[in-house]
Ligand binder design. Sequence first.
Ligand code: URA
Length: 185
Amino acid sequence: MYDNWEELEQSIVNCQKCKLCQNRNHIVFGIGNKNADIMLIGEGPGADEDKQGIPFVGKAGQLMNKAFEALGIDRGSVYIANIVKCRPPANRVPEADEAEACLNYLRNQVILVKPKIIVLLGSTALKNILGKEYGITSARGKWIERKGILYMPTWHPAALLRDETKKIEFWKDLKLVIEKYHSFS
Ligand code: URA
């Protein structure tokens, strides 16, 4: 574990801890306010993210940005990262060994950001962070507290692209996050 961003970022640039390094164009480290109260964790980079090295810049990310705008969340004020930092082939779910190899980077990011709230975007984030026993359908929309951090599981934005009816729940869950955030100040 590193106690500063420079060393953490340096430690990852040539990462070959798992097979996802073989086809990557860019490592998608994370982006945003490094002192954010709110952190969002997705699954892994897609094609657009792999091209640009920035999380959530593709269609799912654009939809998430729209929700942010509607709810008055400035994308630059939060911190956004993923379970794995390199793109899985054909956007498949990261395999257990890939997530395992990558998770310490994310844990280190959480330690450095010190968020009060972590939004878990979808099943992969939920299961890898809080445990395999959780299911996104029943866990979403409910606060879970662990070691002083409040977790809000919700749908992955890509799920909203497949099923419009999930949009309302996603909006509702983010609204809970914003209300909680405002209650701190
Ligand atoms: N989906 C994710 O889970 N993360 C991204 O960065 C983009 C799409």
